[in-house]
Design a protein around this ligand. Structure first.
Ligand SMILES: [Zn+2]
Length: 293
């Protein structure tokens, strides 16, 4: 029997589509217990209630917080190689000009690929360790801070593209974040959102053991339709989306028993994820949205 979730019965509307949320389960972590809900309409999932903002701010300013905890160095994209370069190529096709803001820029890998194809990149990053690595890689220091009203006030309608790669799932208030993204964009500008894809094939197989359900780090679990609805409510229409699976091949191979089966296990997963990507069921969703005039 599924355990009842001790979340508030007065759940807010779905942060993605404003539909009705219902309790799903309680995620127990070493930082505490978190209620997880799912939307009856768009099927996205959310941690409710949200953790206190002060706790989240401390989490991301902590020098020990790695730039991108989701993506170890042995991780590779499976069905659609190229990673950062592929996203830069798509943005070259879609963005009306060269000005990009990379929100939560991490160690600057994506910015490097954008700069290489001619984009002028501003970056925003709260973690001192990540800013130092960004500076080593790209020669400039990101702005220190979070996406907030003060940052946007002096930069409204100045960017041709705003990138949130593995960021939106971390934020307590996606509605506010997308409101600010829209304000930053010029008419015709592109918002790029990359998030773990809830209800990917692996996510469906994993259920409540989905590796991306990791509060307080991850708080929102977007389906493609949930994300598209959130963006559309802010005048941002999807113009391209693809699913891309990343997995840590070295870690998977090391887990195989007997160890000699490691290469066969990795090969089998590459086939599985390759088909999932082609069918839109890959682990990560990379989606591009255009701001209407
Ligand atoms: Zn919803």
């Amino acid at each position: 029997m599924p355990e009842p979730a001790p979340v508030s019965p007065n759940l807010p509307p779905c942060p993605a589509c404003t539909g009705r949320l219902r309790p799903w389960f309680v995620k127990r972590t070493d930082r505490g217990d978190y209620g997880v809900c799912r939307c009856r309409s768009c099927r996205s999932g959310f941690v409710m209630p949200r953790p206190p903002l002060a706790q989240l701010a401390a989490l991301y300013r902590n020098p020990g917080t790695v730039a991108d905890p989701d993506r170890p160095t042995s991780t590779r994209a499976v069905g659609k190689p190229g990673g950062a370069q592929r996203m830069a190529a798509w943005l070259s096709r879609l963005a009306p000009g060269p000005g990009v803001l990379d929100v939560g820029a991490g160690d600057g890998l994506q910015a490097q690929a954008l700069i290489a194809v001619g984009f002028a990149v501003d970056a925003l990053e709260p973690s001192p360790a990540a800013r130092a690595r960004y500076r080593q890689r790209n020669g400039v220091e990101p702005f220190n801070g979070f996406l907030d009203e003060a940052f946007v006030a002096t930069r409204a309608a100045t960017y041709d593209a705003v990138l949130l790669s593995q960021v939106l799932e971390h934020l307590a208030d996606p509605e506010r974040a997308i409101t600010l993204v829209r304000q930053l964009l010029r008419p015709g500008g592109i918002a790029v959102i990359a998030v773990p894809q809830f209800h990917s094939w692996l996510s469906l197989l994993s259920g409540r053991r989905d590796m991306f359900i990791s509060p307080p780090v991850h708080l929102s679990f977007f389906t493609r339709s949930g994300l598209a609805t959130l963006m559309r409510r802010h005048g941002l229409e999807e113009v391209h989306a693809e699913s891309v699976t990343w997995f840590d091949q070295a870690r998977i191979a090391a887990r195989a028993r007997p160890p000699a089966l490691g290469p066969a296990l990795v090969l089998a997963l590459r086939v599985f994820f390759g088909i999932a990507d082609a069918a839109g069921g890959g682990n990560t969703l990379e989606a591009y949205f255009r701001k209407s005039g």
